[in-house]
Design a protein around this ligand. Structure first.
Ligand SMILES: C[S@@+](CC[C@H](N)C(=O)[O-])C[C@H]1O[C@@H](n2cnc3c(N)ncnc32)[C@H](O)[C@@H]1O
Length: 324
């Protein structure tokens, strides 16, 4: 294990024992569906590639029991701290071994080498990836993910990584910036927005950036009127800063080496760019085609009841496949 990695503490978590401090409010998306598609079996080894606040992991851990092993990854050490607390055994004797790794899931291939250096057969029974930002990251103004609260232009999930949103916004050339906003935000007004950003530099805060975008990009139709004008640009910057799409491709590419035959990969995504990568990986000639059987012909989406209870679930799409 590297720096920041840890075994979940034997403290007062949720693992069946007393709760010593309140955990942040957190509602995992498509929880039952993810658990069902993962087919969690007692005694198995499962990887939660985006452990976040440990919501999905907790349900997996309960089903694994003492003979099982849960490996949780997150780029964000703050998320891992919360997950560590939620996932600690806390006196529950039927609790699995929990290993939390402060790493990107793009490095999951290296994890395979650590676990099974000599064979091509995988070691895990399932991988879950619930990608994107967590509610904790979004609601912390100091992380700079939200245009609704004043904060620095940071947007890094891994605070140790080099590129911040402030660097991108203030140093990229106008054309390159427009391309980023168009490619990762699917924003048709990208050129106008990039021009306004370049003219207003330096930009230091989330709300300042949101004001500039709002002034530059008047909604062109009814659909655009329904969302804040800065939504797509903020999405684009976040994806670019965190190299989210490249990470997702790397994870899918490594899945065949990680999973045992019969093992499952389950991905929950929140926007069309991510979902397209997963869909393409699963289809004929895709990177997983020869190794996997697709379990979800169409993506699984949240029920109306879940969408009302948790508006974040509205855009979630779950796809799953089984290693042959
Ligand atoms: C939507 S949240 C996961 C929530 C989690 N399923 C739960 O129930 O608590 C996504 C998490 O994935 C993490 N993440 C995003 N990209 C990552 C990557 N490439 N590697 C590791 N963690 C990543 C984020 O830091 C965030 O904590």
């Amino acid at each position: 294990m590297g720096e920041g990695d840890k075994e979940a503490p034997q403290g007062a978590g949720h693992g069946g024992g007393r709760e010593a401090r309140p955990l942040p409010e957190h509602v995992p998306v498509l929880l039952q569906e993810a658990i069902e598609y993962l087919n969690v079996r007692r005694g198995g080894t499962y990887i939660d590639a985006t452990v976040g606040l440990g919501g999905h992991s907790y349900e997996i851990a309960k089903r694994l029991g003492a003979p099982g092993h849960l490996i949780g990854l997150d780029k964000d050490p703050a998320a891992l701290r919360e997950a560590g607390f939620r996932l600690s055994a806390s006196g529950n004797e039927d609790w699995p071994r929990v290993t939390l790794l402060n790493r990107s899931f793009a490095e999951i291939g290296a994890l395979a080498n650590d676990q099974r250096p000599t064979t091509d057969d995988g070691f895990a029974d399932g991988i879950l990836a619930d990608i994107g930002v967590s509610s904790m990251q979004l609601s912390d103004a100091a992380r700079g993910f939200s245009f609704q609260a004043e904060g620095p232009l940071d947007m890094r999930m891994d605070p140790g990584s080099e590129r911040t949103a402030e660097q991108v916004v203030n140093h990229l050339g106008e054309r390159e910036l427009a391309d980023v906003i168009y490619e990762f935000g699917e924003e048709r007004r990208s050129r106008r927005i990039a021009r306004a950003i370049c003219r207003s530099r330096p930009i230091r805060s989330t709300t300042h950036l949101a004001e500039i975008i709002s002034a530059a990009a008047r909604p062109m139709n009814q659909a655009e009127r329904r969302i804040h004008p800065a939504t797509k640009t903020f999405q684009a910057l976040r994806i670019f800063v965190n190299r989210e799409l490249d990470d997702l491709k790397a994870l899918l590419q490594a899945a065949p080496r990680i999973l045992k035959p019969g093992g499952r990969v389950v991905v929950i995504s929140f926007h069309s760019l991510e979902d397209r990568i997963v869909k393409d990986a699963f289809k004929e000639e895709g990177i997983l085609d020869k190794h996997f059987r697709v379990l979800t012909k169409k993506p699984v989406t949240a029920s109306e009841e879940e969408s009302i209870r948790n508006p974040r679930a509205r855009s979630a799409k779950l796809r799953a496949a089984e290693r042959l």
